[in-house]
Ligand binder design. Sequence first.
Ligand code: 26V
Length: 823
Amino acid sequence: AWLAHQTSGFKDKDGFETEVVRHVETTLARSMYNCDEQAAYSACSLAFRDRLILEWNRTQQRQTFADSKRVYYLSLEFLMGRALDNAMLNIGQKDVAKAGLAELGFRIEDVIEQEHDAALGNGGLGRLAACFLDSLASLNYSAWGYGLRYRYGIFKQEIIDGYQVEVPDYWLDFNPWEFPRHDVTVDIQFYGHVTKRTDDNGKTIATWEGGEIVKAVAYDVPIPGYATPSTNNLRLWSSKAASGEFDFQKFNSGDYENSVADQQRAETISAVLYPNDNLDRGKELRLKQQYFWVAASLYDIVRRFKKSRRAWKEFPDQVAIQLNDTHPTLAVVELQRILVDLEGLDWEEAWNIVTNTFGYTNHTVLPEALEKWSVPLFQHLLPRHLQLIYDINLFFLQSVERKFPKDREMLARVSIIEESQPKMVRMAHLAIVGSHKVNGVAELHSDLIKTTIFKDFVEVFGPDKFTNVTNGITPRRWLHQANPRLSELISSKTGSQNFLKDLTELAKIEHYKDDKAFRKEWAEIKYANKVRLAKHIKKTTGVDVNPSALFDVQVKRIHEYKRQQMNIFGVIHRYLTLKSLSPEERKKFQPRVSIFGGKAAPGYWMAKQIIHLINAVGAVVNNDKDIGDLLKVIFLEDYNVSKAEMIIPASDLSEHISTAGTEASGTSNMKFVLNGGLIIGTCDGANIEITREIGEQNIFLFGNLAEDVEDIRHNHTYGSYTVDPDLVKVFEAIEKGTFGEPNDFMGMISAVRDHGDFYLVSDDFHSYIETQELVDKAYRDQEGWVTKSIESVARMGFFSSDRCINEYAEGIWNIEPLAVKDQ
Ligand code: 26V
């Protein structure tokens, strides 16, 4: 096993302390007498960062020297969360740090808590990218992430009077985990025009001229692997005015405001993460972000390739680029532009290189999330790229015409250009045409894209281009870091911490599922985690919750398709039922705490209404003396990665209840089960594969199937349609004013009652309520519940992001791990 201190770790706790003190006294210019927790965090991070830098440099040298294929993961979002705890655990020196900090008078938990989350993402897609970086480094792959260094990450959510209020997330004040590379810059062009001329050989040469230049500056973030010296790189680009300074002439002539305008306009590009999740609004600044980041990244990748002095045709043997959703799809066009316009390759040869380089991952089938850009906007911002897209489309449609002669409908359906008013560029079509593999993120989802949104492309390219790679999560953060006691208990039974590198070793704990002492400790750990969450709830909401009650958790972005509205309607139904019972009958009821958390996109009115209703219900239920501990309703403010690390290990039950066929995969479902929680869910996304792995007896499935959803919707519109009677009662209670002003919630009610109930809330309501009753019953049998919990964890090995990354490496990237000595 690789031991950190053999190479670059601290020798012992004294060695660590010396470094912390040195950073407090020199880097931070403070004394140990006024070193508070914030300063201790800073110094501790700097000390660990120093260790990382050494391995990071060695890893980069090793990869350069090996000169083998690299993978580049292009993602507009990396939802990293905190770095310090992760670095300590991956290096394997958290114990050393804990002892050292204790001697200096600090509790390590308090020091870790000082760190601001790196929240450069919205939800599942961004967190997946972060888990992938952890696995790529841990498995010793040569891999870089490329993203944008947003000055403001996803907004902070405050709940004021039951409403969501957005507060900017300025996180860069002091960030020891990034290294500015002021020497690594790329000039990025926007706007301008294209001129064409014919050279001596009769070849047309296109030149993109004029417009404006913005500078991209690289910031590097080291990504430590777990129990390996491999430390990969995440490169984030920041925008800056090309001149680097404001306009002195304007400044000197007294025009102060305009003197800084250019500078500010340039810096706006990387200023803020778009807070929409699953909604494309087609804003020019977003397209600018995409091109800025893609062009800088490709310039960097090509520059690195050119150093090897290989022939262009070897490019796909050295470079694999993965497109995390369609957001980086311009990279396809940009690489074609570099090869044809700048390097002078023939179209065909260039296009071969391009398509062999890219892979595209689709993360959603929701039509409102599929990116389209208006042709006039494209023409204005990226005139040469639009021409290239038209050429790519022409050659593509010609090939379709050869395969399906005279099928003009087919041509219109698959065209990269939508013939609307105005015309639109369909980014998903461009991504498919420009890649050699297209994958979905869970089996059902990958089947759905082949039979619905990308059906025609399966006919055009054949089925082999389309594949599935079921998502995974890193067990380092989501078990070892988030739930240290459970991780410890597991390693005591598996004999080592090797399950953190090979999660299928979890299977070993199933042998102990009848072992009394093991079961007792298993249950105690869950209880302790619930106590910790109960304290957090008390501190942040003032509400007392009983840790012995069933903790029922739904934390994820708020969206109608995820159906938090169904959950809160179910809670209201439970409340009404309890109210109708005699005090004696009530006592037989299983006490529950319904816990919600998640952000609504700032412009998503319905999602904000859902948050408001949850809070309004909590305000009534939590203060109802008849109810007491039988039901509590909690909305946890500002759900993010670090809060998830506390919430997930504390759940008994979590809800993954999307309308079947809408949630591509889900990844928190995996995190909850890995931490010994059971789930209630629909037959959607990865829930299906989780069921297959852990067994039907260990999950609470309900609701209509994806294959029936379309017919049901059709029936809502054209057939007879009545709202579920229990749901009608819920609506009546809301309309009576039980939870405050009824008009505040009419949008949610009429979506179901009057507007076709697109997400099948009413259709699934009965089955949901019934299944929740089964949950209550199962929970009352605590011994049976613990058995389900242990069996489930033991069978979760498949859902490691290590397995997932190995599948990408073999099936899409064609790349192998780089051997590391000392391992
Ligand atoms: C889409 C858009 C559309 C344009 C505006 C900004 C924006 C930002 C993010 C997205 C991504 C939406 C897709 C997404 O997050 N999908 C989620 O991906 C997870 C990882 O594969 C998966 O587990 C979730 O089920 C899926 O919803």
